[in-house]
Write a protein that binds this ligand. Structure first.
Ligand code: CP
Ligand code: NVA
Length: 298
């Protein structure tokens, strides 16, 4: 039984086949010969908002031959307090796989353990593995192997996105720099668990110098809305803009997992100048997640 619960837990050897098969899923969209999910039913169980993840998984699951249902966690008994382990044991007897977006990492892990069906983390407070696998795929599609390259993450260095980047770095062999204020840098424990070449600094320009990719995410992640004003104050300045791009490699890519807040983590002109990369990155969620689904059931 395979699950994608985090990049921390995804064995190093599994990255390459998922990324390689995603090339085929992208190239052969609409012409898949033996749909790997034929005759099955999958569910998406989401406790947080989503545009890209929801639509790409619903579309991808259908294109791989399965039926799919979207369950807003608040519309099922889970939202009224039914334990995740009971929800998992019920769904595990009815459906063939689950894609879960929630708060606690522990919940996707419990769901996987109790349901005994393939379970995919579609974002938790700790990680966003499907996004970072897609980001690596997109980088490699545009620039070749990511090994040996310099990736600079700018902004909230303590949320789910940088965490998944951190766990990917050692496994994929790239240097990761995180430019964030002290209060928003990843924990020492997490860095220690990940290993690899990770530099955390408050010095934005030093982090971006010679980078192959500048990456950012929202300053206020889902669930952190009550801290919005304080976060905006502390993170102010940790922005990808033309000034910062001057110190990166001349052909540096700019990526954003989206949704984007112009004038905060990225400025409007830089976002629009790199929109083709950013929306290819969004499209690639579909192709990479089809590869993840195929990997999970094979
Ligand atoms: N990047 C991402 O996961 O987008 P959604 O929140 O819209 O799914
Ligand atoms: N860090 C963001 C990612 C959104 C895709 C959040 O958790 O809201």
């Amino acid at each position: 039984m395979k699950h994608l619960l985090s990049l921390e837990k995804l064995p190093r050897a599994e990255f390459a086949p998922i990324l390689r098969d995603a090339i085929v899923f992208k190239r052969e969209r609409g012409r898949h010969k033996t749909p790997p999910l034929a005759g099955k039913t999958w569910a998406l169980i989401f406790s947080k908002s989503s545009t890209r993840t929801r639509v790409s998984f619903e579309t991808g699951i259908r294109e791989l031959g399965a039926g799919v249902m979207f369950l807003n966690a608040n519309d099922i008994q889970l939202g009224r307090g039914e334990p995740i382990k009971d929800t998992a044991r019920v769904l595990g007897r009815m459906i063939h796989g689950a894609v879960i977006r929630t708060f606690a990492q522990r919940d996707v892990e419990d769901f996987a353990a109790f349901s005994q069906i393939p379970t995919i983390n579609a974002l938790t407070d700790d990680e966003h593995p499907c996004q970072v696998l897609t980001d690596i795929f997109t980088f490699e599609e545009m620039r070749g192997p990511i090994a040996g390259k310099v990736i600079t993450f700018v902004g909230d260095g303590a949320c789910n996105m940088p965490a998944s980047w951190i766990f990917a770095a050692a496994k994929m062999g790239f240097e990761l720099r995180i430019a964030a204020p002290k209060a928003f840098q990843p924990s020492a424990g997490l860095l220690q668990r990940a290993g690899g070449k990770i530099i955390c600094t408050e010095d934005l320009k030093a982090a971006a110098a010679g980078a192959d990719l500048l990456y950012t995410d929202v300053w206020v992640s889902m669930g952190k809305e009550a801290e919005a004003a304080e976060r905006i104050k502390i993170l102010s300045g940790y922005q990808i803009n033309a000034e910062l791009l001057k110190v990166a490699k001349p052909d540096a890519l700019v990526m954003h997992c989206l949704p984007a807040y112009r004038g905060k983590e990225i400025d409007e002109a830089t976002f629009e100048a790199h929109a083709d990369t950013i929306f290819t990155q969004a499209e690639n969620r579909l192709h990479v997640q089809k590869s993840i689904l195929n990997w999970a059931v094979s």
